[in-house]
Design a protein around this ligand. Structure first.
Ligand code: NCC
Length: 276
C-alpha cells in the first residue's frame, strides 16, 4: 500500500524534537567489564539512513497474512526477541537487518542466546529495565536479568558483532513521552521492544511500516505467530504500557482505517520524510 502524500503527522515530527536522542551505552558511561566489551562502531553510522523500514511485531495475527514478500522489499527489517523467520517466510519474510532483544532472551538458558544462529550476522540491540530513578551504577549492580556474562561471552566469540545495549535512562525518557501524550495514567514500566524499535528507527527512515501492532481481522487469542500459547495480554499489555503505545502509533499513522483494521498495517512518516 502507498501512503497518501498530503497527510501531516504532528505526532512523529513532534517526537523528534521532544524526546531525548536515541541513546545506547557508551564505553565512557561507566567503568565496567560490560562497557569495555561494547563494539567500537556505533549501532548505526550517522549517515546510515533508509528509505523504507519495516517493523514486524511478534503477534500471532501474522499467521496466514502472506506479507512475507512485501516485508522483504523494505530496505531495513526490524524483528524482536526470538521470533523466527525459518518456516514462516510466506507470512513474515526472511530478511532481518536488526533485532531488538529484551534481557530475558539474552539471559535465560532456554533461548540459547550465545550459540543460536538466530542472533548471528545482523545488528543486535538489547535492553534491560532499571528503576525510574536508578543511576547507571545502581542498575549495573543489579540488572533485572543478569545478562552481563552472556553479553560478554557473545561479544568475545563474535568480535565483529554489532551488538549494543540501550542506555537504561533513555527507556524512561521514552516512557515520559508516552505518559505526556496519554490522558490515562500508565504503569511505570518501560515501553515494549516494539515502541523502542519505532523510536530508534524514526530518525533513520523516510517511512516506517509497522505490521500487526494494531491487530488485523485475523485477531486471535494466541500470543505469537510461532507458538500456540494463548495469552491476550501480549496484544493489549499487562506490564508494558502497550495499549497507550498502540494508540500513539495509530495517531501517527497515515493509512486509512480500512487498511489498518483489516490488514493490521500502519505506515508512519519518519523524520527523513519531507513532511517533518
Ligand atoms: O512478545 P514480544 O514482547 O516478544 O513481542 C515483541 C513486540 O511485538 C509486539 N506484539 C507482540 C505480540 C502481540 N500479540 N502483539 C504485539 O503487538 C509488542 O510491541 C512487543 O514489544 C518485548 O517487548 O520484548 C516482549 O517480550 C516478551 C518475551 O520476553 C519475549 O517474547 C521472549 O519470550 C514479553 N513476555 C514475557 O515476558 C512473558 C512481553 O511482555 C514483551
Amino acid at each position: 500500500p502507498q501512503a497518501p502524500n498530503n497527510v501531516k503527522s504532528d505526532w512523529t515530527c513532534n517526537m523528534a524534537s521532544s524526546v531525548e536522542k536515541f541513546r545506547t551505552l557508551e564505553k565512557n558511561d561507566i567503568d565496567h567489564l560490560l562497557t569495555e566489551n561494547i563494539p567500537d562502531v556505533p549501532l548505526f553510522d550517522d549517515n546510515e539512513v533508509f528509505d523504507t523500514c519495516a517493523i514486524i511485531s511478534n503477534a500471532a495475527t501474522l499467521r496466514n497474512s502472506n506479507l512475507g514478500y512485501f516485508i522483504d522489499q523494505h530496505d531495513l527489517v526490524l524483528r524482536f526477541n526470538n521470533a523466527p523467520t525459518k518456516g514462516y517466510e510466506k507470512d513474515v519474510g526472511s530478511k532481518t537487518t536488526i533485532r531488538i532483544l529484551n534481557s530475558q532472551v539474552v539471559t535465560k538458558p532456554q533461548f540459547q542466546f550465545v550459540s543460536s544462529p538466530l542472533y548471528k550476522r545482523l545488528k543486535l540491540l538489547m535492553w534491560d529495565p532499571s528503576n525510574y530513578t536508578s543511576s547507571i551504577n545502581e542498575w549495573i549492580k543489579s540488572p533485572e536479568h543478569n545478562f552481563i556474562n552472556n553479553y560478554i561471552s557473545f561479544r568475545k566469540s563474535n568480535p565483529k558483532s554489532n551488538f549494543h545495549v540501550v542506555h537504561p535512562q533513555y527507556l524512561w525518557r521514552l516512557w515520559d513521552y508516552i505518559q505526556d501524550h496519554t490522558t490515562a495514567h500508565i504503569r511505570r514500566n518501560p515501553p515494549s521492544s516494539g515502541f523502542l524499535g519505532l523510536a530508534m528507527l524514526l530518525p533513520r527512515c523516510t517511512v516506517v511500516n509497522m505490521f500487526e501492532f494494531i491487530p488485523s481481522e485475523r485477531m486471535t487469542h494466541r500470543c505469537h505467530y510461532y507458538h500456540e500459547k494463548v495469552d491476550l495480554t501480549c496484544t493489549f499489555g499487562i506490564w508494558h504500557p502497550l495499549a497507550a503505545e498502540k494508540l500513539l502509533m495509530l495517531t501517527a499513522n497515515t493509512m486509512p482505517d480500512q487498511t489498518v483494521f483489516h490488514t493490521g498495517f500502519l505506515s508512519i512518516p519518519g523524520y527523513k520524510s519531507p513532511i517533518c
